[in-house]
Design a protein around this ligand. Structure first.
Ligand SMILES: NC(=O)c1ccc[n+]([C@@H]2O[C@H](COP(=O)([O-])OP(=O)(O)OC[C@H]3O[C@@H](n4cnc5c(N)ncnc54)[C@H](OP(=O)(O)O)[C@@H]3O)[C@@H](O)[C@H]2O)c1
Length: 347
């Protein structure tokens, strides 16, 4: 297939850099590549397939001739840029929360709802990092035994907040080692040697926006608008890898053995579940891996149709960059024919 004209906005960020390396590692057919970041980074270069690609600030012609635009920037900027890219003729894959809940924007985790891509109108959203790994683990159970209720508690890595938060954790670790009080700028409190039940801002109903997003996004991806669900999101001093304690109530009783078998066969899942030998998913093992790790699978003794398990995933990979590239791969047949048509018209 001819290479596509690809733009990556937010190329210098945690998600952007990883998206670039995953595009390269998976041999995604890139023809022309344009990399964008803030004016602060303009003029720097990033390597891609042996070339040094310059980073540009976003100008008026940024998306001219682009087939595909990855948006890995904060929500307000993504909200501005996505319609511009679509107007220039590109398909947009947006990692931010700008468009996730819009009715005509598919919110996609390819292992779960790739079929939703068929109804896109230019913008496709990837979910919140905590939601992505959760639905990869819920869907194999849900497909055979509909989930009635989900309770999830998260333990979220600082890289989920981006480069500045990861740097803040490193600085605070050094400060503590040197006997200095840790200084917090990104978060309301020091995160080193600490944790807090506070991810994103608080809403009037007492939940945080992160918790609310997890619920709404899970409902949308699983096509279950009425799913009963509650989340508590906690930030922990882990660099990469979100962990989740999940309790589900199913339509019918399911044994842990059946759940383990379904999960073991599911795309994107790796069962890591041998607690008697101290084997269970941990962020240090999930970081850098594509699969979502699931373990501690057991009957929920508080409910006859309940299961409990523990899910860990790389928030930067399955939670954002890998998921975006998987969406792009799923779109390739339609993007490829579109690029060929445009090319033929131009020649
Ligand atoms: N981190 C995760 O685990 C995760 C998971 C799912 C979704 N997301 C979403 O993905 C997006 C990116 O997250 P991240 O963690 O990669 O953040 P990040 O590390 O803070 O990176 C932000 C990127 O945005 C760029 N940027 C800032 N202002 C800009 C401007 N005016 N024009 C163009 N580019 C600009 C930055 O460029 P400079 O380097 O020049 O400042 C940088 O490349 C966010 O919407 C986030 O919510 C993140």
């Amino acid at each position: 297939m001819a290479g596509l004209n690809v733009a990556l906005v937010g190329a210098t960020g945690l998600v952007g850099r990883l998206t670039l390396s995953i595009l390269e590692a998976r041999d995604f057919p890139v023809g022309r590549l344009r990399l964008f970041a803030s004016p602060r980074s303009a003029g720097k270069r990033l390597r891609f397939q042996g070339d040094e690609v310059p980073i540009e600030a976003i100008g008026d012609d940024a998306f001219e001739g682009c087939d595909l635009v990855f948006l890995s920037v904060e929500t307000p900027l993504a909200r501005q840029l996505a319609p511009r890219a679509v107007a220039a003729g590109a398909v947009v894959i947006d990692d931010s929360s700008a468009h996730r809940l819009e009715p005509d924007v598919p919110l996609v985790v390819p292992e779960v709802n790739a079929a939703d891509l068929a109804r896109h109108r230019g913008i496709i959203a990837g979910p919140n990092c905590s939601t992505a790994q959760l639905v990869v683990a819920l869907n194999p159970l849900h497909r055979v035994n509909p989930i009635q209720r989900v309770i999830v508690d998260t333990y979220q890595a600082v890289s989920g907040t981006g480069q500045a938060a990861l740097e803040e954790l490193r600085v605070q670790e050094r400060q503590v080692q040197q006997g200095e009080p840790p200084t917090a700028r990104v978060y309301p409190h020091p995160i080193v040697q600490n944790l807090f039940p506070h991810v994103d801002s608080f809403r009037d109903d007492g939940y945080t926006r992160e918790e609310w997003k997890m619920v709404q996004e899970t409902r949308k991806i699983l096509h279950r608008p009425e799913l009963r669900m509650s989340a508590t999101c906690v930030r922990v001093p882990v660099p990469i890898g979100h962990s989740e304690a999940v309790h589900v109530e199913l339509e019918r009783a399911m044994s842990p053995e059946e759940a383990r078998e379904l999960l073991a066969q599911a795309p994107g899942v790796r069962v890591v579940d041998d607690p008697t030998h101290n084997v269970y998913p941990m962020p240090k093992d999930a970081a850098g891996r594509d699969e979502v790790l699931v373990g501690r699978i057991r009957a929920d003794q508080s409910h006859p149709r309940g299961l409990a398990f523990w899910v860990v995933g790389d928030n930067l990979r399955k939670g954002a960059a890998l998921n975006a590239v998987q969406i792009a791969e799923a779109l390739l047949p339609s993007l490829g024919s579109r690029a060929l048509t445009v090319g033929a018209q131009a020649s």
